[in-house]
Design a protein around this ligand. Structure first.
Ligand code: OGA
Ligand code: NI
Length: 335
């Protein structure tokens, strides 16, 4: 394999206090210079099981408008299932390199699925301090088990169970997002592909880094998805851009971090905001995270919902097939 994985670079950097230049960010991106440490409001935390469900809807809508990100607790996914998901993912990344390479994203492949180190291109040619594994987990007709690790043996059962639970949480979130805008409960889900919506699991592996002050795990971006449902491990690193400042997300054991992605911003005609976020890395600890991207099928056209656009409030975004939107974004072309 010609590609050098960041996990291997990290291993050979263990005794050094430098990193290859392609990982050194320009000053305006360096976390040591740009992270805000003063008192800041925290990313909203929402109890999905609150008896006052009107309040839950209001909190979700407000957080999606003002932040584009929130954490949910009492979401119905058992804590021990989340721990198993983390465990089997960690065991995959702990496998010998040759075994992980069996799942490598094929060279020149159209698919995003597989084990790899970089997605799209960076205008400055800078690299992320991270490796990843992508594979779909729903719907069953869109699963390619060739990209699901066979090792550890429980990987498949754990991920299948996680997908089942995730569907219930996601339905509840989509309903709340719709009702929060005064729409029929299914409006947003239908606008993003309905039952055909695809669940793309990503595991991010951020190895220890001798210069966490200079590098980024993932550079700042908004997600392409409709929404993203993320579980982190206990090593902090997710940062969001709010009112001009980069602030740290707090780690809440067992919580899910919900990101509003580009497709919901488009569907809502800008009423909900896709959150700008990035990740930092750690000198001593390996950070991992498990985002699931909820995406429309490639051919599905997403545009501002007609109910949310009129003469006073014209559509702010073009309607596009999701695959065309993704292509432009990944290749840094105008939408
Ligand atoms: C991503 C991402 C955040 C994290 O993979 O798109 O933003 O906390 N990850 O790892
Ligand atoms: Ni992201």
């Amino acid at each position: 394999m010609e590609v050098e994985r960041v996990q291997a670079i990290a291993l050979s950097s263990l005794t050094k206090d430098s990193i290859p230049t392609e990982f050194i960010r320009p000053e305006e991106e360096q976390p040591a210079i740009t992270t805000f440490h003063g008192p800041v409001p925290e990313i909203p935390v929402i109890d999905l099981d609150d008896h006052d469900q009107e309040k839950v809807i209001r909190l979700i809508a407000n957080a999606s408008r003002d932040w584009g990100i929130f954490q949910v607790v009492n979401h119905g996914i058992p804590f021990d299932l989340i721990e198993k998901l983390q465990q089997v993912g960690k065991e995959f990344f702990d496998l010998p390199q040759e075994e992980k390479e069996l799942y490598a994203k094929p060279n020149g492949a159209q698919t995003i699925e597989g084990y790899g180190s970089k997605l799209g291109k960076d205008l400055q040619g800078k690299k992320n301090w991270a490796d990843h594994l992508f594979h779909r987990i729903w719907p069953p007709s869109r699963i390619n088990y060739q990209f699901w690790p066979q090792n550890p043996p429980s990987y498949r059962a754990v991920n299948e169970e996680y997908a089942e639970y995730m569907r219930r949480v996601v339905d509840k979130l989509f309903k709340s997002l719709s009702i929060g805008l005064g729409l029929a409960p299914h409006a947003i889900k239908e606008g993003a592909g309905g039952e055909e919506m695809e669940y793309l699991m990503k595991i991010n592996y951020y190895p220890t880094c001798p210069r966490p002050d200079l590098a980024l795990g993932v550079a700042s971006h908004t997600d392409l998805s409709a929404i993203t449902v993320l579980v982190p491990n206990d090593v902090p690193g997710l940062q969001v851009f709010k009112d001009g400042l980069w602030i740290d997300a707090k780690y809440i054991p067992g919580a899910l971090i919900i990101h509003i992605g580009d497709q919901i911003e488009i569907l809502s005609n800008g009423k909900y905001k896709a959150v700008l976020h990035r990740t930092t890395v750690d000198k001593e600890k390996t950070r991992m995270s498990w985002p699931v991207f909820l995406e429309p099928p490639g051919e599905f056209v997403v545009g501002p919902l007609p109910q949310l656009a009129d003469e006073q409030n014209p559509p702010k975004y073009k309607a596009k097939r999701f695959k065309d939107y993704s292509y432009c974004k990944l290749n840094k072309l105008p939408q």
